[in-house]
Write a protein that binds this ligand. Structure first.
Ligand SMILES: [Zn+2]
Length: 278
């Protein structure tokens, strides 16, 4: 096989990996807010409870050959299911191309980095759907991620991968991410006597700090998330004429900031360093 052919093959594998985890993401989104196990029992129709056969559980495609209906009870299956799967499949391919860049770099360090960043991307997407729908950020996708972030940074350092913080930077990042937001929350409460962000946002930023380090890392994520969140929040308030009392969950915007940082953070970090040097 040619080098180009092998490179395409690896991207296809990354995409399949993404589609399968996208399928698991649907389970997390449906069950975690209800405190149900995400592994047991296996996938079942939410309407009639019939177990879904493996051949009807193929990501994206199954929705089409079932024509969006349960095989047993014919209840409609939301098009959100295949959309979530497709979204994470595409994200996995983009991430693979962004982390590995070229087949010449394909080694243990880059593969672990892909899985490590991929796990964060999974948590971000799943968390965003759950926060939009239920206004909660599960601990599994925020504060419990911190040891995975620090452990991954340590392993990547050991493998000689350079595109991640050291484990020390990762620990400081988690402390700054969680602490900074707690400080902003405290200040906001003193001024307005109401909560601007929740504890869930602080725990989420602790995780982002573990993946990106303190500066520019998690500070950059907060800046991007706040700018996008403010623009969308003010826009929605004007369109819906609700005034600024409209409660928009902040988690998905921080998540978007983290995803953008995952892809463009190195570039942005260099530019900021240049700006600060003058
Ligand atoms: Zn059914």
């Amino acid at each position: 096989m040619t080098v180009d052919g092998a490179w395409v093959m690896f991207q296809v594998f990354a995409g399949i990996f993404g589609l399968l985890f996208g399928s698991f993401m649907n389970v997390c989104i449906a069950r975690m807010p209800e405190d149900r196990s995400v592994v047991h029992p296996g996938s079942a129709c939410p309407s009639c409870g019939t177990a879904i056969k493996p051949y009807d559980n193929v990501p994206v495609l199954a929705w089409f050959w079932l024509r969006g209906r349960c095989r047993a009870c014919k209840a409609d299956i939301s098009p959100l299911y295949p959309l979530v799967e497709a979204a994470f499949g595409v994200l996995a391919v983009l991430l693979f191309r962004s982390v590995v860049k070229d087949i010449a770099f394909l080694d243990a360090g880059h593969l672990v980095a892909f899985v490590w960043y991929g796990w964060l991307a999974f948590a971000i997407l799943a968390m965003s759907f759950i926060d939009l729908r239920h206004k909660i950020i599960p601990d599994e996708f925020s504060i419990y991620m911190v040891p995975i972030g620090v452990g991954g940074a340590a392993l990547l350092g050991h493998l000689g991968y350079v595109g991640a913080p050291t484990w020390q930077q990762s620990v400081v990042g988690a402390l700054v991410g969680g602490g900074l937001v707690s400080a902003i929350m405290g200040a906001y409460w003193l001024v307005r006597r109401e909560e601007g962000m929740g504890m869930g946002d602080a725990k989420l930023l602790a995780a982002f700090g573990a993946w990106f380090g303190a500066f520019p890392g998690v500070v950059g994520v907060i800046m991007i998330g706040s700018i996008v969140g403010s623009v969308v929040g003010v826009g929605l308030a004007i369109v819906l004429r609700t005034g600024l009392r409209l409660a928009v969950p902040f988690g998905p915007f921080l998540g978007l900031g983290a995803l953008l940082w995952m892809f463009f953070g190195t570039e942005l970090g260099f530019r900021w360093a240049k700006l600060l040097a003058f």
